[in-house]
Ligand binder design. Sequence first.
Ligand code: NDP
Length: 348
Amino acid sequence: MNNNQWVLARRPPEGFPLSEDFTWLNGQMPEIGPNQMLTRTVYLSLDPYQWGRRRSGTESPGDVCHGRTVAQVVQSNLNGYKEGDFVFNTNGWQEYGLTGEGVSHFGYMFPRQLDPGKAPVSTAIGVMGMLGLTAYSGLVIQCQPRAGETIIVSAASGGVGQVACQLAKIAGSRVVGIAGSSQKLDYLRNEVGVDECVSHLSESFTEELRELCPDGCDVYFENVGGKVFEAVLPLLNEGSRITVCGMISQYGNTDGLDPRQTWDALGESVFSKKNVQVHDLFVGNFVEQYQDEFLSKMAGYMNSGLITYKEDRWEGLESAPEAFAAMLTGGNFGKTIVTVSEDLSRVQ
Ligand code: NDP
């Protein structure tokens, strides 16, 4: 039996992903060993950090592309897991993968058993997974938004952004979302429930953003960097807080500069003059201490309808490179997920 997979074809030279960066292989079905399980990938998560791994050389040509997954157990020699169970794991861009002893799970995200009765299993790679925890850690833990404060969120309709906006609304803050297309702005207004939103594609973006923030900005959730950050910078209030979650507009940079260096250089004088607290965010640092608290709070928010969540689904593993490139350049609408095989949890 084949195990279709995408492997990295080369170390990507510059810019954003191209089809030449990936090779489709009819790989071998992996052989299960002691204390391991074989799982069938159901959903594959596509995330901006995967591009960083490929560009930096963390992933080598010939490697199966890394990716978090939701999968169903086919065969198990691993205590606590049996055939048919659904798990969050790290199969990567392939149809089948091994989990357990001797298999790299890429650090901080261990396999996790999923209960399809509690939440759709796909949410484990989204709102009930790393993305949700990222929004929670950056906004709630680091920036501690208060009622009446103005919170600006960039890439506001995306996987992380839409959750950050809603957590800020739950805190009673006034939320201004920044996104690209008019459909994304409609979604932010009508479903996410932001107070105001603006397109960074508008020629008068900077002026429009300033008008939407007459009392300045108390918290900035940074997902984008570049000109979006430059527009937010003069709006920062005395004692405001920033979480530096990501700078996606800079991920195709070819000048070799760390995006954070130029960002810091621009902000330096403003940060010290206005006593701005800048928090670096890496979700891995929050898993051990906050994952349980986050999962329980988020389950409550989802069940009571306080959090809505949009996925951008692509069908079939073949679509992964195209979906990945689209996500990095604004072509996605919500959390980007590839459906690799049938989700049998929905028919249970
Ligand atoms: P999204 O679903 O938000 O998709 C990316 C979005 O970024 C696009 O849809 C697009 O939205 C926006 N974007 C892309 N290029 C530009 C640009 N040049 N200018 C402005 N906006 C742009 O992705 P995620 O939710 O997965 O990730 C969001 C951010 O969170 C990323 O920066 C990512 O690196 C970061 N992240 C950080 C983590 C951490 O531990 N710190 C963990 C997980 C994610 P639009 O069309 O609206 O412009």
